[in-house]
Ligand binder design. Structure first.
Ligand SMILES: *Cc1c(COP(=O)(O)O)cnc(C)c1O
Length: 383
């Protein structure tokens, strides 16, 4: 089987940062040059400017930039006063950083399964995990939810559950900044939210970067201190054991430019996801993700026959269509995390997803022609 690929077409990119740069003209270069001129590389004026924009965008009272999504999570756990032996419930089908930061503090990630329809943490599992751990004499302090692939977790259930059980809810929104759920924006759920500006995320900078969102004044000022070595009144007044976790001014300058087109980019991602869904819902052998209008569609992830996935990915690559497997191994099966507890012996939904998922190119700059080609190629391969 050979499918003709129009030679004059631009190659299909999994994420197209060059197209985005072209869309912005020389704005990013100008913004970077300004920082090089004023020389305030650490906590320059662009930092508070960006934090103001981020707070406005999300509707959260405080937005605090930091060095990465991972450090955003770590700063918050430090701010919560997490202790060795504390149990924190998190999904197993996610990027490793979600659980990694819990383990940093000697706390215990307790892995639970995800929902087959949303790929997000299963609230029934969360309640069962709290009950089981507590019945066995463990101290459960909180829950970390993940908005996988840009789709907000089931916050209605999770916020109630956190409140009823007296636990904190930390939202790992590394993939979902810009998303909404029941008319509320990501950044306003739980006690606090962490996001990432890693280049490949829906809103990415040109290196590592992250942010924290919260309505809690005390937590916000604590986290601001913690990101700068636990500083008090000034740099050489040390009131907490903190981290070196500030965002670089240059990254803030880049994000200020990028956030101006972010709403338009999210809208484009949504229309591309909708088009994919309409196409794949008529195909056999492909399970499209359930459509959620509030998602930022950080990834567009279909499920295929696990036996055929490798061959499908290979053929797509030969046809010029890059794909990724997010994630091939659930965390509870990873070498580094195998010794941590799971709610049940098996977490079958996560295993099933790890074996069947395949993420397709989705970014705001995919042309209709390219998307049509991706759809038709998949149809020819799987049907
Ligand atoms: C990307 C990601 C992180 C980590 O963000 P970095 O900025 O790369 O440190 C954490 N959690 C999830 C779910 C992610 O996708």
């Amino acid at each position: 089987m050979k499918i003709s690929h129009q030679k004059d077409d631009e190659p299909i990119q999994f994420v197209d940062l060059a197209a985005q740069r072209a869309r912005l003209g020389d704005a990013i270069e100008v913004a970077i040059s300004k920082v090089i001129s004023h020389q305030q590389f650490i906590m320059g004026p662009e930092i508070s400017q960006l934090e103001h924009l981020l707070a406005k965008f999300s509707g959260a009272k405080h937005a605090i930039t930091c060095s990465s999504g991972t450090d955003a999570l770590a700063l918050l756990l430090l701010g919560f006063g997490i202790k060795p032996g504390d149990v924190v419930i998190c999904p197993t089908f996610t990027f490793c950083a979600t659980a990694e930061v819990i383990a940093w503090f000697g706390a215990i990630p307790l892995f639970v399964d995800v929902d087959l329809n949303t790929f997000n943490i299963n609230p029934t599992d969360v309640q069962n995990a709290i009950d089981t751990a507590q019945n066995n004499g463990h101290k459960v302090t909180g829950i970390v939810s993940v908005d996988l692939f840009g789709r907000p977790a089931d916050y209605k259930a999770l916020e109630k559950l956190a409140k009823d059980n007296g636990k904190w809810l930390l939202c790992d929104a590394a993939q979902s900044f810009g998303a909404s759920y029941n008319n509320r924006n990501v950044g306003t759920f739980g006690i606090a939210t962490a996001t990432s500006f890693f280049p490949a995320k829906p809103l990415g900078c040109y290196g590592d970067g992250g942010a924290i969102f919260t309505d809690d004044d005390k937590l916000a000022s604590l986290v601001k201190s913690l990101r700068s070595h636990g500083k008090g009144e000034h740099k050489y007044d040390n009131i907490h054991i903190g981290m070196a976790a500030r965002m670089d001014t240059i990254q803030a300058a880049i994000l200020i430019e990028k956030i101006s087109i972010f709403p338009e980019e999210i809208e484009k991602r949504r229309r591309i996801a909708e088009k994919y869904n309409n196409y794949f819902s008529n195909l056999t052998n492909v399970i499209p993700p359930s459509y959620h209008e509030g998602s930022t569609w950080a990834q567009y992830t279909i499920q295929v026959d696990p036996q055929k996935r490798e061959a499908i990915q290979k053929t797509l690559r030969q046809e010029g269509i890059p794909t990724q497997i997010y994630y091939p191994i659930p965390l509870h099966r990873q070498k580094a995390y195998r010794s941590y507890p799971t709610l049940r012996k098996e977490l079958p939904v996560s295993d099933q997803l790890a074996a069947s998922v395949i993420s397709l190119p989705i970014h705001p700059y995919i042309s209709s022609k390219q998307q049509e080609y991706i759809c038709q190629t998949i149809k020819k391969i799987v049907c």
